[in-house]
Design a protein around this ligand. Structure first.
Ligand SMILES: C[S@@+](CC[C@H](N)C(=O)[O-])C[C@H]1O[C@@H](n2cnc3c(N)ncnc32)[C@H](O)[C@@H]1O
Length: 345
């Protein structure tokens, strides 16, 4: 067991915001993968699975050229009512003029909104607006210089709007297991501090650093590290700071009819599920457990689709945070828990 520790400790401890740094990280990751493969071959099956589960660095590939500037999307159509939960009218055309950063290609944005670049951009604007709205409602609007951390940020779908739209400057940071996402943010949104993390919760930030942490559709891909990540996010939040975490609850479960893209994703990949299956009947019935995890056998991290019941989150997540609010469909088809770090935590 001792043999792999030095390699693990190399990761998650450095910021990699320049080309040389990213290249060094790739080399380290390649070396780590080689060592893991050797360990997996040498160890009994159970130990090998444990090691693979904690390591989790995704291989890189060249980034794809961004599709262009935001203002070029003005000509595209949208049919989605993005701003349904936003109480103030949103002039998104005016917002576009403020965003001078490129829009990631499909491959570099988690394949979100294929062929609908405008909807991709608007979805991030919606999440930014909704967070600002709800923080104001609880009497904690963002202040100049506030520090915001987006966990599992991909290529900055939401965080870019804090940069472009917020009237006062903020300190923005993010982390992701996917080195391509980190590289994309470092290259195209350099005002945001991007860090590659691995799936062992161990962010390179001091305690009590951030005013707000968010995670959009990240706890929806967690299994055994869920509560450890809650503790880690709590650690880096200031006492009284807020966490905005999206979840798939029994409400989401009930919406998964065969036309839903998430149903289709699960159904089309049912042959690589580690156990169980997917069919329309199961989503027509109530969620069978407090926490349902679909695990795919295609890689060692970010290979799950997770549903947690509202009661489970209130009970289990409530041990780590004060539950301030629950917002059904607070982020598109996912629900949101607005949490606060207790002052004494
Ligand atoms: C469904 S995507 C959501 C991306 C982004 N938050 C958004 O809403 O556009 C999940 C993201 O979380 C990242 N991720 C998954 N598991 C992670 C983990 N354990 N630690 C950090 N990032 C993780 C993935 O690489 C991916 O970028």
């Amino acid at each position: 067991m001792l043999a792999y520790k030095p390699a693990l400790y190399m990761l998650g401890t450095k910021r990699k915001n320049d080309d040389a740094g990213l290249e060094a990280l790739r080399t380290e990751n390649a070396a780590l993968r080689t060592r893991l493969e050797a360990l997996e071959a040498a160890l009994p099956r159970a130990s090998a699975i444990n090691i693979a589960a904690v390591c989790s660095i995704r291989p890189g590939r060249p980034l794809v050229e961004p599709i262009g500037q935001v203002t070029a999307l003005e000509q595209q159509d949208t049919t989605i009512d993005h701003f349904a939960g936003i109480e103030e009218p949103v002039d998104w055309r005016a917002a576009m003029q403020k965003d001078t950063w490129p829009v990631p290609a499909l491959e570099d944005r988690e394949h979100y909104f294929p062929g609908q670049d405008l909807d991709y951009w608007l979805s991030g604007l919606r999440d930014y607006k909704r967070m600002c709205q709800e923080l104001e409602k609880v009497g904690s609007p963002l202040k100049k210089g506030d520090r915001i951390f987006d966990f599992g940020a991909a290529s900055g779908r939401v965080l870019r709007h804090f940069l472009a739209q917020h009237p006062e400057p903020l300190e923005l940071a993010c982390a992701d297991v996917n080195e391509n996402h980190v590289a994309w943010v470092a290259q195209h949104l350099p005002q945001i501090e991007a860090t590659q993390c691995h799936s062992i919760p161990s962010l390179p930030y001091e305690d009590n650093r951030f005013d707000l942490v968010s995670a959009f559709s990240v706890f929806t891909h967690m299994d055994e590290w869920e509560t450890t990540w809650l503790a880690e996010l709590r650690r880096i939040l200031k006492p009284g700071g807020y966490a905005w975490l999206t979840v798939q609850t029994e409400q989401t479960w009930a919406t998964l009819n065969p036309d839903h893209f998430l149903f289709q994703h699960l159904y089309n990949n049912r042959h690589i599920l580690k156990e169980g299956t997917v069919n329309a009947e199961m989503f027509a019935a109530p969620m069978p457990k407090d926490k349902v995890v679909f695990t795919f056998s295609n890689n060692v991290v970010y290979n799950t689709c997770t549903f947690q019941s509202i009661e489970y989150c209130r009970r289990v997540w409530g041990r780590y945070f004060e539950v301030v609010d629950f917002l059904p469909r607070g982020s598109d088809f996912q629900d949101v828990f607005l949490l606060r770090k207790r002052a004494e935590a």
